[in-house]
Structures are given as structure tokens and as C-alpha cells.
Design a protein around this ligand. Sequence first.
Ligand code: GRE
Length: 300
Amino acid sequence: MLGKVALEEAFALPRFHEQTRWWASLFAVDAEKHAAEITDIRQKRIEYMDKYGVGYQILSYTAPGVQDIFDPKEAQALAVEINDYIATTIKDLSERFGAFAAGPDGEKAIFYDQPEWDEFWATVTDLDVQFYLHPRNPTGKIYDALWADRKWLVGPPLSFAQGVSLHLLGMVSNGVFDRHPKLQVIIGHLGEHLPFDLWRINHWFEDVKKPLGLKESCKKTIREYFAQNIWITTSGHFSSPTLQLCLTEVGADRILFSVDYPFENHKDACAWFDAVELNEIDKEKIAKGNAKKLFKLGKF
Ligand code: GRE
């Protein structure tokens, strides 16, 4: 299918080529290729998009990124540099690229589910922009306690999904979406295990935790938040049975195509998606229609 929109697509500042190569050497078979691809916007990336039918990419800054800088001033300066760089780089390519702004994280891993972030969320909804909650690597005491002795589970096999699902359910159960009902949050990797668990989360929220007090901070059901505030993408998860589960549990109106380039490649993502057996209406929504509506993309 031509003209797909993809929105978990990473880039890095060219000046971090070496650092990116080191990061890639931890998981990529060909770290050199990965470093070259992630620091490129205008060449190889566009070739892949053209070859595999991706019309438009929304770019986001990769890991390690702003969140790995613990000095708030330094993190702030890097966020500004990244956001200015990408705005300038894609300025004359607005029919092919958009970008998420990167924000600084500060001194420790931040959970955006506490009341002190209400001002931030109010600004996000006032600006009418969308928020992509991307995984990060576990650090500090959390890494030492949980992951140090099981290091192969860090990243896509487990820690990424656990981190994001904890964060998002924290936002749900601490009332962020009740206080900011217009907020739209996107998570990748076919929902970071949450669609699989919706029945059980709903059962325990509604039948046990709400009578015990959860109802004070979480007014709607988990399924209502998924229908009104949450989106999932296919980034890095090219499985037809899992997509079917997501179609049943989350619905085609809330699923968005993505690749997860260059951690994954366009060929795998697009060959899989283009061949998935799905009615044409839902396929078009997931490939581009939903993204065009959500991001108010005009013609591209
Ligand atoms: C990412 O998206 O940031 C990422 C990594 C490492 C492995 C896979 C992946 O940083 O998607």
C-alpha cells in the first residue's frame, strides 16, 4: 500500500555518530549501518520510504537522548538543539516528514502521572498536540534491583514494555486523563502488552480496586481511556495474530502503522503490513487514515 504514515521513526544528531554506534553495538548486528541510518534524514531514509510505500514519517529523537542527561540545564540545551536541528532539516520536506519535539527529563526517571505535571499536560492539550510515550532503558537503583542479573531482558524483550505500561497505567489510575480529557497519548509496539491484559485490568479495576478507592482518581473504565485517549502503533511488532487481538480489544480506529526504523527495517514492517489479511477500510485507517486525522495532516 502506498502513502503509509509511520510515526515511531528515530533520528540522532550527526555529532553523536560515535555514541550512536556504541549504543547500536549493544544490540544491532551491523552497528555501523545503524549509526549511518539513524543520523541520516534526507538520503537513505527517503529511499526506503519510496521503495516500501511510506509517504510520510514523523521523526523522534532516539535513545540515548535528552532523558539520559541528568543535569537539567544541559538536558534543556540539548532538547533545544535537537528540536531546532530537526525543524531546520525537514523544513523543505514538509510533504514527507514531521517530528515530535524532544523534552528534557531532569535528574531522575520521571513519571508524568503526578499532579505536578498537570501544567505540562494542560499545555499539551492547549496546544492540541499529541504525546508519544516511548520506552527508555532502566537506570540506577531500578536497573540494579531488577535487571542487572537478567540483562538480556532489557529493551524490547521485556523492560521497554514494562516501563511504558507501568507509566501509562500510572497516568490512567492517577487521574491524568480525567483531569485532561482531551489528552491523546500514543504508545508503540502494539500497545506494550496492554491489549492482551485489558480484560484482566478492567476486571480488577472495576470489581476490586474501585470499591477500595480507585474510583476517586479514575472515573472511567480502562476500555474508555483506550477508546478516548490512547493510541497504539505497530512499531517493531509485525505479528498478524497480535494485530488481530489488538483489532478485537482496541479497535481499528485506534491503531496506527509504524516501523521503528532503524531499529527495525522498512522491508519487514511494510511487507508484513501490506500482506496482512484485513478489510480494506480498516487497513486504510491503520496505514494512514487514522494518522492523518490525529495529526491533522493535509495532503502529502
Ligand atoms: C528504541 O526504539 O529506542 C530502541 C532501542 C534499542 C532497541 C530497540 C529499540 O533504543 O526500538
